[in-house]
Design a protein around this ligand. Sequence first.
Ligand code: FRU
Length: 491
Amino acid sequence: MGSKLDKAIEYENRESKKITEKMRPSFHLTPRTGWMNDPNGFSYFGGLYHIFYQYNPYSTVWGPMHWGHAVSKDLVKWDYVDAAMAPEDSFDEAGCFSGTAIATDDNKHLLIYTGVTKAVKEDGSVEERQDQCIAIGDGITYTKYKNNPVIKSDSLPDGFSKKDFRDPKIWKENGKYYCIIGSRTADGDGKLVTYSSKDAINWDFEKVLYSNNMRHGKMWECPDYVDLGEKKLLIASPQDFEHDDFEFYSGNNTICVIGHLDNGDFVEEKVQTLDNGIDYYAPESIRTEDGRTILIGWMQNWDTCNYRNENLPWFGQFSIPREITLVNDTLYINPIRELKKYYTSTIEYANQLIGSKTVLKGVCGRTLDLTVEIPFISNSENAFNQFKINIAENERYCSSVIFDKINSTVTIDRINSGTRRAVLCNRTCKVDTADNKLKLRLIIDRFSVEVFINDGQRVMSMCIATDVGAEGISFCCDGKAIVNISANCLR
Ligand code: FRU
C-alpha cells in the first residue's frame, strides 16, 4: 500500500466517526469524508455491488483525486470500505480521475481509470496529460499495474487532445475487452474513441465511434456504452452547452444517444437528456444479474457547487440508482425497485381535494417516496392552472415542484431553501399531458429531491441544503384539484 493511500485511509476512518447517520442522506451515498464527484467502477464483484467515487477526503472542495469505495447488497444501502487508490505514482500523481471496473475471467476486480500527470514542454511550460491506467484487486485492496499507463494519449489520432482524454468505460464482448474514452479535437468538439484488448493490458486503438460535430456542448466526459440488443446507447456528460429550450441547459449536461450499429459504426437515431433538473452528472451504468440496466449519477453539477449546506462535513452525493428502459425508442427512467424494501409505512389519500394550501395528516418528513396523481378534467370541482407541492417546509423555508397546466411544464424550485449564494435555483421542463393527467413521484432524502414524471418520461433532480428540521409538506393550487396521494415513509 502506498503512503498517500495509507494516510487517506487512516484519515477517513478517523474523521468519518464524527459524522452521524442523521447528518447524511438515508439511502443516497455521500463521501465517507470530504468531497465526492463522479461515480466510478460501478460493478458487481464477489457477490456485492461496488461503487467507487472521485474523492478528496481532506476537504469539501475538489482536490487531489483519490478513489473512495463503498459496497452494497441491494444498491440502496451502502457500506463504506477503505479508499482504493490515491494519486501517488508517476503515472497518476496529479489525479486518479474517473473510470470503471470489471470482473475478469480469473476472478479479479479490474479498475481502469485516467491517470493525470504534468508534462514539461520544450518551452518549459507545464501541460497536463491524461492517459489510461489499470489496477487489480480482490474487492478490498487494489494494486496499480506497474507498467501503467496502458493506453497513452499518444495513441490518439492526430489533432486529438492529450490533456482531455479521459474516463474509460470497460466492457467485454466476444472474449475481448473494449473501452470507450472521451476526448476532443482542437476546436473543442467532443469525440468518443474506442480501444480493444485481449488482456486489458495491451490495447489497440479501434476507431472514433462518435463525433458530436459541435451540436451538443463541447468536450464529452464520462462516456458509457449500453448494449440493449438491436439498440445501443451512448451515454456521456458534455461540457459547455448553450441553453437549448427544455431539453438541454447552459453548462454541463448528460446526454443519451439512442442508435444502432451498422458494420461496427454507430448510427445515431435520437438524443435525449437523462435528467432535466439542476443536479445530475457523470452517470455510470451496470447490467444486473436479472438483466436490468441501472444508472447511477453524481447528484450535483459543476456550476452549482456553491449551493451547499455549510454545516455539513461532506459535499456531493449520488442519485438514487435508476432503472432505464427503452419503450418505442424513448428512454424511461425510474427509481430502483429495491427502494420499496425500505418503506416503513404508507399513507394514502384517494380523491383528495386540494385548495389554496392543504396539509395532510401523516404526509411530512425528509425521507419519503411520495406519488401524486393529478387528473385535470375541467369542471367546477376540478379546475386549476397551477398545482404545487412544497417540501422541506417550515415557517421560513420551502422547496417546490410546480405543475403549470397551461404551459404543460414542471418546474423545480429551491429559491426559498435558505441559500445565501446566488446560484441557479430552478429549472423547467416540458411534460406530456396528452392523457389529461400528470403523475409526479418525489424521492425525498434529507438533502435532495428527485422528481420522476409520468412513470419515468422525465426526471428532475436537485439538492436541497435546508436544515433537516424543516419537515413540512403541503399541496397548493390556484383553483381546486382532486388528486390521489401515496406517501411511503422510508427508513
Ligand atoms: C467529470 C470529471 C471527469 C474527470 C473527473 C475529475 O465530472 O471532470 O471527466 O475524470 O471529473 O474529478
